[in-house]
Design a binder for this molecule. Structure first.
Ligand code: CAA
Length: 384
């Protein structure tokens, strides 16, 4: 067993850290306040090769391993989780899903520009459309329908909480073709945003990750050619679940970054701020908080690395990914709350960043499977 990062992984960590500090930190408070989508930052991420980090070089990706992806996600999430969620969805749900389950035509047409993050010099990213107003955790109950018309399908329905909902050019959409078959009657489709009948709803006004572009998307008699179906007829639910297993590593790494970012700010503040005649980290009440934060964060990091390593080794990483997400997201919520506490009144105002990290942390316990769903996945896995 080797816990040391490789030279390449250390370089990625440095590049991600510099990007976060130089390109994300300036303006992050304003973007959060104004709910401004970080388009400029995503274009820069595309130039760094971070929007298709794990995609093969033959399909326009950077061909890096999942550990590198976790490292980059951690560094960027320390500063701006609205940037990192867009990066995560494009990498682990959209690009990974297309590379592993798409056919050659779909890879050439969609994966190549998605992994590049650009097409015709414009930002080109994707979104993953599974959730619906009445199908969140209960994802098998898809109401969006995809009626088979021979050489094409006709899609009708509404999808909710879609990350990159307005900024994406390509949607991966799950829809029910044959309700009598339950999950085995669900298909996954590639739908271009500019297809007639696709309508993007208003941007959600959220508690956290406010720069992230979260919308509902509706489909009215949208014609999708058969060549845009991913995999065999009825593969859509399996596609969604398999893809989400990897997505959960990305969100776990995001949660890790939020926790670590809050911890680093609290540690620095505790050395500057004095009370009762000494820096507050010399008070045991604060030092114990910092010690527990550091310990829980390191355990979350190791779980992320283990899940990423298992994925790179082509092992079954379903349970490890769920464990990483469950633990890292709880750590993010707890550690960011402690970071606010350590900052006292200053933690409650925007310019110290920790209140934003605390608001951003909450979503990591909800999206790509709530903590309760992760416990279901872990429970089923360990008792099987
Ligand atoms: N990996 C692989 N396959 C899985 C799986 C997993 N993690 N979980 C379920 N499956 C398979 C099952 O094996 C089963 O297939 P078989 O019949 O061939 O065995 C099939 O899927 C149906 O599963 P279940 O019978 O277990 O169905 P269920 O309804 O009891 O449970 C669930 C399914 C696990 C609860 C699933 O619905 C789920 O994961 N829900 C959470 C959905 C979710 O994560 N949504 C996130 C939205 S996307 C998002 O947030 C993106 C974003 O924009 C940031």
């Amino acid at each position: 067993m080797n816990f040391a990062l490789t030279e390449e992984q250390l370089m990625i960590q440095k590049a991600a850290r510099e990007f976060a500090q130089q390109q994300c930190l300036p303006g992050v408070i304003e973007r959060d306040e104004l709910q401004k989508f970080p388009k400029e930052q995503l274009v820069q991420l595309a130039d760094l090769g971070f929007l298709g980090m794990m995609a093969s070089t033959q399909y326009g990706g950077a061909g890096m391993d999942t550990i590198s992806y976790v490292i980059a996600m951690e560094e960027i999430s320390k500063v701006d989780a609205s940037v990192s969620v867009a990066m995560s969805v494009n990498n682990s749900l959209v690009c990974w899903g297309l590379e592993h389950f798409g056919n050659e035509y779909q890879k050439q047409k969609f994966l190549v520009p998605l992994a590049n993050g650009k097409k015709d010099n414009n930002l080109y990213i994707g979104a993953f459309l599974l959730s619906e107003p009445e199908a969140g955790s209960d994802a098998t109950h898809q109401h969006t329908s995809a009626i088979d018309k021979g050489d094409h399908y006709v899609l009708n329905g509404v999808k909710n909480w879609i990350t990159n909902g307005n900024s994406a050019s390509v949607y991966l959409v799950m829809a029910q073709t044959d309700a009598s078959k339950g999950p085995k009657g669900i298909n996954a489709f590639i739908v271009e945003k500019n297809t007639p009948g696709v309508l993007v709803g208003a941007k959600e006004n959220k508690m956290g990750i406010r720069g992230s572009d979260t919308h509902s998307v509706s489909f009215t008699d949208v014609i999708v050619p058969k060549e845009n179906r991913i995999g065999e007829e009825g593969f859509g639910f399996s596609f969604a679940m398999k893809t989400l297993n990897g997505g959960r590593i990305g969100i776990a790494a995001q949660a890790l970054g939020i926790a670590a970012g809050a911890y680093e700010l609290a540690l620095a503040y505790s050395k500057e701020r004095k009370s009762f005649g000494k820096p507050i980290h010399e008070h045991q009440a604060i030092q114990f908080k910092l010690a527990e934060m550091a310990t829980r964060i390191q355990s979350a990091r190791l779980l992320c690395f283990q899940a990423a390593w298992e994925k790179d080794q082509h092992l079954d990483y379903t349970v490890s990914a769920a464990m990483a997400k469950l633990h890292a997201s709880d750590t993010a919520m707890w550690a960011s709350t402690e970071a606010v506490q350590i900052h006292g009144g200053y933690g409650f105002v925007k310019e110290y960043h920790v209140e934003r990290l605390m608001r951003d942390a909450k979503i990591t316990q909800i999206y790509e499977g709530t903590s309760e769903i992760q416990k279901m996945v872990i429970g089923r896995g360990i008792t099987r």
